[in-house]
Ligand binder design. Sequence first.
Ligand code: UD1
Length: 363
Amino acid sequence: MGRIDSLALMRVLSVVGNRPQFVKSAPLSEALRTTGIDEVVLHTGQHYDPELSQVFFDELELALPKYTLETGSASHARQTALMLPGVEDAILAEQPDVVLVYGDTNSTLAGGLAAAKLHVPVAHVEAGLRSFDRRMPEEVNRVLVDALSSALFAPSDVAVANLRREGIVEGVRQVGDVMADASRRIAPLARERSTALADAGVEPGGYVVLTLHRDSNTTPDALRSVAAGLAARAEPTLFPTHPRTRAALEAGGIELPAHVRVMPPLGYLDFAALASQARVIATDSGGLQKEAYWYGVPCVTLRDTSEWVETLEAGWNVLVGTDSAAIAAALADPPRAAERPELYGDGHAAERIVEHLGTMGRR
Ligand code: UD1
């Protein structure tokens, strides 16, 4: 049978559930469609608020999920467990050749675990990343999903080396980063179309973009310390706020400096427009550290570790944790190296992934 015929018969079940995964799946869905591989999408329901979920489907023109679970929010173990029966049912109904999972969230683990239990090969996009901090739920998810995966699509040489150190060599491919694909395609459009800067009354290079949502950063102490760090410099600071962070600010009675503007979470286009034209980005997100690099915007990372060590080594990112003095110093003098070599691929990761998925064939 020719390759095209076997591709046309292939079926992939993509498991997505939260914001960054919708973005990562966009270039892959397109590449799968182009190649004629049948993609069925399952949404775990981890993110359910329209501004964290539906807006991405609308803007990125993603195919609607065939399966949407009603998982909702819960503690990490419980949330993962709640997803498993629905993912298992979908795998049994669809009989996919491969289950595709993205990144390091509880949805990633649920997808990988259910597939592996049913002996369906798991393909992990963004394999091999490590913060070496197992207190992060994401680190636990990464390590476990990599151990379960048959195809491991690593975004960088460092990720490949991390896997090798854990004895994982087979099925590993350095393909670049699908977020680079999305970012290259969409950021220029976003700057053209979005009115987010005008709406916020800011000029390119004249403001900070802030995001904060990690477990460890939404405690009252961490939030107070970040607020103190931001107070040192009265510059417009746009803060699209994750619902859990907003709730934590309210519950802790924590006041932010007046120049910090709490806003609702934004869609991909408005966010890309704002982030790509900021003077500096302050964040605890993983993906945003890379996006900042691709945009040529210095990044101040509100964590003690990073999986995206290349951005630190390149001199465009700095780790400050939640220490007020370190935050203030980094915002006053953000890291900006003379050069910005290409990191995490050339924007064609999705095509490479799909090409390899094609060789996995029908079981
Ligand atoms: C999850 C991922 C994180 C990723 C982030 C992207 C895990 C362990 N964490 O974190 O790696 O960076 O998504 O945004 O999977 N909530 C809402 N509405 C929603 C979803 C959540 O209000 O639609 C609130 C709830 O209070 C919930 C809290 O946010 O308890 C945390 O949500 P959850 O999905 O558990 O984790 P995230 O912080 O979003």
